[in-house]
Design a binder for this molecule. Structure first.
Ligand code: CA
Length: 710
């Protein structure tokens, strides 16, 4: 919206004052945009454009563009930027077609810009109710849109799949794509396969039963659906795959859904006509309370189905009997690689559990698994079957002790897209070296609201447990890892002080681009990992960059905006990061540009000034447990929040029993997204939570005073 060299912080108000002119322009631009993208176009993945979430169907995120390269990347500068109206985690990869850039932002909004100068062509807001956040584990994020013919497709946090006119942003159709809007969310990018829109869902920390589904792109009608975990055995199974999967379960998993959600990776392979996708954790995390036993197929797996029918083809389970939240939802990349002297058509997958897997795309045969970060939950991987040998100490529900796992629930690699360079043969992995403490909750029962993980987050987060808390913190850093796929070993790595860095783009210009938690957008040489260029983004970057070319001019675009996960972006581990403030923007770069961002507002120094302690130790412990289960997902473990949600140690609401009750039980802040928890919590619980929050605030105030004295 603002040109290079001028002030780039533009308010939405100034955009909409020109709404009429923009609408006219959109119609005019639209006639060109209506040329229509086909499945063949996506398969061909033209060099100048970016037509699907992972660029090509194999999701390599490797651009053949070379105008920006190692020789001139130092001259890269800000061409244009657009301030976003949602200060939450920004995870989307923009698409570009016919000179128009389409991107989704937090709260599932969609914007279309002139890709050369940032002029806003249209904006769409699905008006997601803010209380949806209480059933979303990891912020109000959205990872991208799909483009097909003359339409843009977006999944919304509250479970709708919406088709928009690509020229105007007007809704063409909208369907509820989830079984119900209480237990399911959508954060992933839809993919287009043979005239259908393929999408999954989130919710394996709530009460979701995972599935992948395909909808007719013209009408929104459901074409097929494949579940990832069996449902209620008394009702019979939908297919043979479900009957088979049910033999690997015990207990009454279906009453809480079972998990296995398909919240990110969906990769279509035209060569085999298979859709490969990753599945989430089994639920609840702790298997003991629901009597969960066995491998629990098809959770924490890569699964392949027939693209026409959704019929089961094969599966490979990466983490049997998951109890660590080891989702296998990280993006799946397909490439032809010579392995042990043989050309293989392989799926390359680096999921949360810390190993790079190579799987034969056609058969699902396991080829290789190698750890890319320190791993302590498994002591070995069977070289023939790929099955891990689980460290007995990692079965925390059996030992009854806390287990400090590497990697942990945030994953060695989560949704942040990886990139595979056809030039170097390296897979670039945005890796977390993240420790996480697990402890089984005592006497846990499912509830109607909140996280259903049956672990005790409160005890392990308490400052009294210095060893566990500080241990997790000490184990937690980040790294950009270049992985030599053919030789199954690390080629180079860049160590990063914080975890939760951005997704990756590689180009034929021998470049790798990545934003990071410290608030920089960086270019490295793809072959060696030399840092060649950097731009200060003022906020942590988690999204993946992309690149495109219009009239011979190459651009690189990335969304900036910190957030997106509860155990790193908030809480104790958040103190590790350097740029937890959120300034959400789309940033677009080209050679020779010299745009500047306005200086960010000075950070406000929050001073802890809590009321005097209240409550008995038993009350505080009860409050800690309830806080850990119902509040920590948004407000941070040990009551240490990032800046996405209120830090309750500083909140005035803890000064008064009635004020806190009105919010927690009375739903007074419902419209802001803070729903009533009266279905799970009593007035005595609310008062116990207040006692815990005051206790925590006083504890940290004393700590700050001690540190100031030293
Ligand atoms: Ca999960």
């Amino acid at each position: 919206m603002a040109m290079a060299g001028t002030t780039l912080r533009t308010r939405w108000g100034s955009v909409f004052t020109a709404a009429t002119a923009l609408a006219l322009m959109a119609v005019q631009t639209g006639s060109a945009a209506l040329a229509g993208v086909t499945g063949a176009d996506i398969a061909a993945s033209p060099a100048d454009e970016w037509l699907s979430y992972g660029r090509d169907y194999g999701e390599q995120r490797f651009s053949p563009l070379t105008a920006i390269n190692t020789g001139n990347v130092a001259q890269l500068g800000l061409a244009w930027s657009s301030d976003l109206d949602t200060a939450r985690g920004q995870e989307a990869t923009p698409l570009v077609h016919n000179g128009v850039l389409y991107v989704s932002t937090a709260w599932s909004k969609v914007h279309a810009y002139d890709a050369t100068n940032g002029k806003l062509l249209w904006a769409y807001d699905p008006q997601v109710p803010r209380e949806t956040l209480v059933r979303a584990c990891c912020d109000a994020v959205n990872r991208g849109v799909a483009l097909y013919q003359n339409r843009i497709y977006v999944g919304t946090l509250d479970g709708r799949l919406v088709a928009l006119n690509a020229a105007t942003g007007k809704v063409v159709w909208s369907v509820v794509a989830v079984p119900n809007q209480h237990d399911y969310t959508i954060t992933g990018a839809p993919r287009i396969v043979k005239g259908r829109v393929v999408i999954g869902e989130g919710g394996a920390e709530y009460r979701a039963r995972g599935y992948i589904a395909a909808f007719d792109a013209q009408t929104g009608k459901l074409a097929w659906k494949f579940h990832t975990v069996p449902g209620d055995p008394h009702k019979g199974y939908e297919n043979k795959a479900m009957a088979r999967a049910a033999k690997t379960w015990a207990g009454n998993w279906w009453t809480v859904g079972g998990g296995g959600t398909v919240w990110d990776s969906i990769t279509y392979d035209p060569a085999t006509n298979l859709i490969l996708f990753g599945t989430g954790n089994a639920e609840p995390w702790n298997p003991a309370p629901m009597g969960r036993k066995g491998d629990n197929l098809f959770t924490s797996s890569v699964v392949a189905v027939n693209a026409d029918t959704g019929a089961y083809a094969w599966h490979f389970q990466e983490t049997p009997e998951d109890r660590w939240d080891f989702d296998s939802d990280a993006q799946i990349t397909i490439a032809d690689v010579v392995i042990d002297g043989q050309l293989r058509h392989v799926a390359i997958h680096a999921p949360k559990n810390g190993h790079v897997y190579l799987i034969d795309v056609k058969t699902g045969k396991f080829l290789s698994a190698k750890p890319f970060v320190p791993v302590n939950w498994a002591t070995a991987i069977d070289p023939v079957t790929g099955r891990p040998t689980v460290n007995p100490d990692a079965r925390y529900e059996k030992t009854g002790k806390p287990w400090l796992s590497a990697p942990g629930a945030a994953g060695a690699h989560s949704w942040q897209p990886q990139s595979y360079s056809q030039a170097t043969g390296y897979l670039y992995i945005p890796a977390n070296l993240a420790g996480f403490p697990y402890m089984a909750a005592k006497g846990w029962k499912p509830s109607a609201i909140g996280f259903q993980n049956a672990t005790d987050g409160a005890t392990v987060a308490m400052p009294a447990n210095t060893q566990i808390r500080e241990g997790a913190k000490a184990m937690t850093t980040g790294a950009l890892i270049a992985w030599d796929v053919a030789n199954q070993r690390q080629a180079w790595r860049v160590d990063q002080p914080s975890p939760w860095n951005g997704g990756v783009l590689s180009t034929a210009g021998n470049l790798v681009f990545q934003g990071n938690a410290e608030g920089n957008f960086v270019a490295y040489s793809a072959d060696k990992g030399d840092k060649l260029w950097s731009f200060p983004t003022q906020t942590g970057v988690i999204a993946a960059p992309m690149t495109y070319s219009v009239r011979g001019q190459q651009y690189v675009a990335v969304l900036a905006g910190w957030g997106g996960v509860w155990d790193i972006a908030t809480g104790v581990l958040a103190q590790k990061g350097a740029a937890t403030h959120n300034f959400s923007r789309l940033l677009v770069f080209r050679l020779g540009a010299n745009g500047q961002l306005a200086a960010p507002p000075p950070p406000s120094k929050m001073v802890l000034d809590p009321p005097a302690p209240i409550g008995t130790p038993a009350q505080i412990a009860r409050g800690a447990a309830q806080y850990g289960r119902y509040c920590s997902v948004c407000h941070g473990d040990a009551a240490v929040a990032g800046d996405l949600n209120p830090d309750l140690r500083h909140s005035g609401v803890i000064a008064s029993a009635e004020a806190l009750r009105l919010v927690v039980l009375g739903g007074q802040l419902h419209s802001a997204g803070m729903v009533s928890f009266k279905s799970a919590l009593t007035p005595a619980d609310a008062e116990a939570i207040r006692a815990y929050l005051i206790h925590r605030a006083n504890e940290d105030k004393a700590l700050e005073a001690k540190m100031a004295a030293n």
